[in-house]
Design a binder for this molecule. Structure first.
Ligand SMILES: *Cc1c(COP(=O)(O)O)cnc(C)c1O
Length: 370
């Protein structure tokens, strides 16, 4: 697999069909999530003989795919999700693209895809944001969601790592995840289905993990729940994640509060938000650690008041409080069912760094040179 290719030359072929500014403004007023896309995309090709080549910025457009390409049959594909924010002092900054680039490489390795050098991943983002910067919304809670992804594009039904791969980057302006203010979710503890098993692909950001989770999500909805919580696949006892987000548990309150997030056992996705919040919690003076929590401990902790807050975290929604839990064995409320103080304080701290409203002591923001 090719890894560090020397500098790749990007060709810029700007589209003649940019959206008129008035129409763009209309879409940016209420973009929602994942339904509005910018004028351009980035494409880079890979094949076994040449490595990464043909790096191009071009108009956003449908792809033409042979019906026999690898990805459509064997799901050889990985993706990332990260955000760019309009900064208080002007300009655009991307949150931790280096961490996302590194995870993209690890995901690729697991799916037997070539690893895109981190410098190329970041240059692709810089190029897209430079040409489509006007699409980055400016209202609080709005941002540019960036979706880099790659897939096996060799034509043929043989089962083997694709000898041709396509990388694409698209950008989707997104609105507030919680238009009416942060709202706690009710979760369903899934004991019928597993998201990931030891030795599987749980730690890779790959669409197959999501496809396998859709039925469980539908079952959660049938139970009147917003989201599914994944438990370990062997005992269905140890808490792993919630939908496409990591989970964090808060014990105690005030200055003595302690945060705990399930350790990365290989079946969890190592979230960049999770990692950022562990760091921020320590910056704020809380104890924060990785550990293990069972569904019984979740229930008894809520009953005796030692477990005060639970939240899910991920790039799209930052922090989503968990207000109530349902399972085949019973239901309970977390705290008073409302967003917790520590969850909201952490959320605020992270959002302020992302928007350039607070100092960035860990160097998480990557400024786009416009
Ligand atoms: C992307 C993802 C997360 C969150 O990762 P972030 O880097 O924080 O966005 C958590 N769990 C799953 C399954 C994911 O796919």
């Amino acid at each position: 697999m090719s890894t560090e290719t020397s500098a790749l030359q990007f060709t810029v072929n700007a589209t003649d069909h940019r959206m008129p500014p008035a129409e763009r403004q209309r879409l940016l007023a209420d973009p929602g999530f994942g339904r509005v896309f910018t004028d351009h995309m980035v494409r880079i090709d890979w094949n076994r003989a040449r490595g990464w080549h043909n790096a191009e910025v071009l108009g956003y457009a449908p792809l033409q795919l042979d019906p026999a390409v690898t990805v459509l049959h064997y799901a050889q594909a990985v993706f990332e999700g990260l955000k760019a924010f309009r900064q208080e002092a002007g300009g655009i900054a991307v949150f931790r693209p280096d961490a996302h680039a590194a995870r993209f490489r690890r995901s690729a390795r697991r799916l037997a895809l070539p690893e895109l050098p981190e410098s190329v991943f970041i240059e692709a983002i810089d190029r897209l944001m430079t040409i489509d910067g006007e699409w980055v919304p400016s209202a609080p809670e709005q941002s540019m969601y960036l979706r880099p992804f790659m897939f096996g594009s060799e034509v043929g039904l043989g089962v083997r790592p694709s000898s041709e791969v396509t990388f694409l980057l698209i950008g989707s302006p997104s609105g507030s995840y919680f238009p009416g203010g942060v709202k706690p979710v009710t979760v369903w503890l899934s004991e019928d289905f597993s998201r990931a098993a030891p030795g599987g692909t749980g730690a890779a950001k790959t669409g197959g993990n999501y496809a396998g989770g859709l039925l469980a999500q539908a079952q959660a909805a049938e139970q009147g729940c917003d989201q599914v919580v994944w438990l370990d696949s062997q005992e269905h006892r140890w808490v792993e994640e919630m939908g496409g987000m990591n989970l964090c548990f808060v014990f105690g309150s005030g200055r003595k509060a302690r945060l705990m997030t399930p350790a990365l056992t290989g079946t969890l996705l190592p979230g960049v938000t999770r990692d950022s919040l562990l760091t921020l919690a320590r910056d704020l003076g809380y104890e924060a650690e990785e550990g293990k929590i069972s569904t019984e401990e979740w229930r008894t902790g809520c009953a005796d008041g030692s477990l005060t807050e639970v939240f899910a975290c991920g790039t799209a929604a930052v922090i989503t409080p968990v207000g109530a839990v349902k399972s085949a064995h019973g239901s309970w409320t977390v705290g008073d069912g409302k967003p917790g103080d520590i969850s909201m304080r952490l959320r605020q701290s992270l959002v302020e760094i992302q928007r350039g409203l607070a100092p960035d002591p860990h160097g998480w923001l990557h400024r786009v040179a416009l």
